[in-house]
Design a protein around this ligand. Structure first.
Ligand SMILES: [Zn+2]
Length: 386
């Protein structure tokens, strides 16, 4: 058993970290989530009208030539006009975007899913394949993708030219996935009472472990060694091995961390908690771990705070399947058994790292995110695991 006193030490720190989260997260504007059309949510109704308007514009012969869409056949502007020949209808340049819809995390194709473009509904075939066609004028297309037993997703396709090999995934809405657990761990519902947009790192983090305390006195080498030892595993756990610790340095520098770096300090003066982090999903990030904490708890505290830096909020450990204490539980170090995420935490953290920053509930990608490449974040993560 871990002495309860240690848990008490962490609890105030939880509050302290909570305030830090609030500073960094609450200022973000919430995306609108109201349902504006019968099949849509999270998208303004004007987008569909815009699509129709652009198509009408193209049909009227005003479309400009654009790459990848073929050529436009038109009568000469100043040439003789045969009286008996009817005016040919201009050919409207078109694009086709094709790809596959797959399950997250299995990557199995999803057949029979519906892709709603707001002007049409496309259904995936038995191999999960889909094909969307539009006119050259339209360079992006917002879609709502739905399928039974999956979390519906709103995202945006890069269009305007022919494209194949686009792979889009939906979250399989069945165990071990739990939306309530995901909302706590990834969206901060337990900490804030309402879901926040996702925040996570988008590069390999480097680490700097400070070997002196705030007074310039040396920190026990065992503490520095402990921090260094837990870093590789916790980075892999949180990011589904999408990112790795690029480098781990130790030294007596007291400069602030630069972008791409997580700084780890061991203050001599007691914190109001076993440890804290400067924010959730912030880059750069600073972790502080009170060096007088019970030594056996130091590895877990370091890993927990790095988990915050990389984008994870607190969870409740009640009812976890299986019934194991999560590293990101806010009960404190007394309930943390290893400086690693549990399997259920890793499963949901992997979904965070398959989504763009700013993804909102339930699975709404920011409008700036375009599916334009022949692979997805999900596939990239799979390759890194191998
Ligand atoms: Zn915490």
């Amino acid at each position: 058993m871990i002495p309860s006193a240690r848990r008490r030490r962490h609890d105030p720190g939880t509050t302290r970290l909570y305030r830090s989260h609030a500073r960094t997260t609450r200022s973000e504007p919430a995306r609108p989530t109201r349902r504006v059309q019968s099949r849509w949510y999270g998208r303004p109704v004007s987008r569909g009208a815009l699509v129709v308007g652009l198509q009408l514009l193209a049909a009227g012969g005003a479309a400009a030539a654009c790459g990848g869409c073929g050529s436009t056949s038109r009568p000469p502007l100043n040439g003789p006009t045969p009286v008996a020949t009817p005016t040919p209808t201009p050919t409207v340049p078109q694009w086709t975007v094709s790809g596959t819809l797959v399950s997250n995390p299995s990557t199995q194709p999803i057949a029979g899913a519906e892709i709603d473009t707001s002007t049409a509904v496309i259904r995936t075939d038995s191999a999960g394949r889909f094909s969307v066609t539009g006119t050259c004028n339209q360079t992006t297309m917002s879609v709502f993708i739905s399928a039974p037993r999956y979390v519906g997703r709103v995202t945006t396709l890069q269009t305007g030219s022919n494209r194949d090999g686009v792979v889009i995934d939906l979250i399989a809405n069945q165990p071990p996935f739990s939306m309530s657990f995901y909302n706590d761990l990834v969206r901060g519902v337990l900490d804030f009472g309402a879901p926040s947009p996702t925040r996570r790192w988008q590069q390999d983090p480097s680490f700097y472990v400070t070997t002196v305390d705030e007074f310039g006195a040396p920190v026990a080498q065992s503490l520095v060694d402990t921090a260094v030892s837990v870093i590789p595993d916790i980075v892999g756990d949180v990011t589904a091995n999408r990112y790795r610790a690029l480098r781990i340095d130790t030294g007596s520098s007291t400069t602030s961390p630069t972008v791409g770096t997580i700084l780890i300090k061991f203050p001599a003066v007691g914190l109001s908690a076993a440890g804290d982090a400067s924010g959730v999903g912030v880059n750069p990030c600073t972790v502080r771990v009170w060096q007088a904490d019970v030594p056996s708890g130091i590895p877990q505290v370091v890993a927990h705070e790095i988990g915050h830096c990389l984008g994870l909020h607190h969870i409740t450990v009640t009812g976890l399947p299986p019934t194991e204490a999560g590293l990101m539980g806010r009960a404190g170090p007394g309930s943390w058994t290893l400086p690693r995420l549990t399997d259920i935490e890793k499963f949901h953290a992997a979904i965070l790292y398959s989504r763009p920053v700013g993804n909102t509930q339930p699975d709404v990608d920011p409008a700036s995110w375009l599916f334009s490449m022949g692979h997805t974040v999900l596939e990239s993560a799979s390759r890194r695991i191998q």
